[in-house]
Design a protein around this ligand. Structure first.
Ligand SMILES: NC(=O)c1ccc[n+]([C@@H]2O[C@H](COP(=O)([O-])OP(=O)(O)OC[C@H]3O[C@@H](n4cnc5c(N)ncnc54)[C@H](OP(=O)(O)O)[C@@H]3O)[C@@H](O)[C@H]2O)c1
Length: 270
């Protein structure tokens, strides 16, 4: 397993939810963590928790959808903290409404945060990884990046893009024979604020996932340089199911309840 001591891990959306838990676990395994987020109060709280546990943490207020901010802050991080070894593109947003009820600004925001931000962070940190021929880029996508469902048009579009981003980037890095790894993470719904209110029809097949377990598996996947982490296992069946006629694929998806999952979505109250 990779030793994370002397490594620097940058986590976007690291103040809350999954990002916070990943940060705590990476820090506990010896990595110095750098957190970027727009949730200022949570950023300060998470940093206090990590430093109180005796680990190294640095935080920056950063809207990852703003390209110039990402480039400027990346330079600041390199000067103040050092070379970033692991980038975890985790910040994410969702509109959570049927497509025509989503405001244009919300649709744009989903794409800017869930996709374009990955371009800017990787453009900012990959050159150093190439120079040292080492590094790891983690893309937190979603099961919504493997199968689209009702109420998640903006989100699925952005997560399919994130999935493709990881796959194409991995191909480029391999083609250049670089020792830089990528991991794409595709969980089904996770208990927490982002998807508060969602429901599942068959919890034994498609459980609402435990954030602690998901974050543990992400850290383990990074340590093992696993290229793809999908959970729960049923999500894998999407690919063979696509060999069936679309009408049957759609019926299976609807039977599993995924097109009703967002009916009582509340999301973040803040
Ligand atoms: N939760 C799930 O069920 C689930 C399932 C599959 C995949 N995922 C993915 O997992 C990742 C983390 O999700 P989560 O549940 O931990 O979400 P979360 O609890 O909402 O945390 C996301 C964090 O990102 C921050 N953020 C939002 N926009 C940002 C921006 N422009 N710049 C910087 N930070 C920003 C949020 O700040 P604010 O609170 O101020 O918005 C929040 O602190 C996301 O990519 C999500 O799509 C989540």
């Amino acid at each position: 397993m990779t030793d994370f001591s002397n490594k620097v891990t940058l986590i976007t959306g690291g103040a809350c939810g999954l990002g916070r838990l990943i940060a705590q676990k990476m820090a506990a395994k010896g990595s110095r963590v750098v957190l970027w987020d727009i949730a200022e109060e949570s950023l300060a709280n998470t940093a206090s928790e990590i430093s109180a546990a005796g680990h190294q943490v640095t935080t920056y207020y950063c809207d990852v959808s703003d390209r110039e901010t990402v480039y400027d802050l990346a330079e600041k991080v390199k000067k103040e903290v050092g070379k970033v070894d692991i980038v975890i593109n985790n910040a994410g947003v969702v509109c959570g409404r049927p497509f025509l009820e989503c405001k244009d600004e919300q649709l744009e925001r989903t794409l800017r945060v869930n996709v374009l931000a990955h371009f800017w962070t990787v453009k900012a940190f990959l050159p150093d990884m190439i120079r040292t021929n080492s590094g790891h880029i983690v893309t937190v996508a979603s099961a919504g990046g493997i199968v689209g469902s009702a109420g998640l048009v903006d989100y699925a579009a952005s997560k399919f893009a994130a999935f493709g981003f990881d796959e194409a980037l991995r191909a480029e890095l391999k083609k250049q024979r670089l020792n830089i790894h990528t991991t794409v993470v595709c969980p089904y719904f996770i208990r927490g604020e982002m998807f508060a209110g969602v429901r599942t029809r068959f919890s034994f097949l498609l459980p609402i996932l435990d954030p602690e377990k998901v974050s543990e598996r992400i850290v383990k996947a990074i340590a093992l340089k696993k290229q793809r982490l999908i959970m729960p296992p049923l999500v894998y069946t999407t690919w063979p199911l696509r060999l069936l006629p679309v009408s049957i694929f759609d019926k299976v998806a609807t039977f599993l309840g995924i097109n009703d999952a967002m009916d009582e979505f509340q999301g973040r109250r803040s």
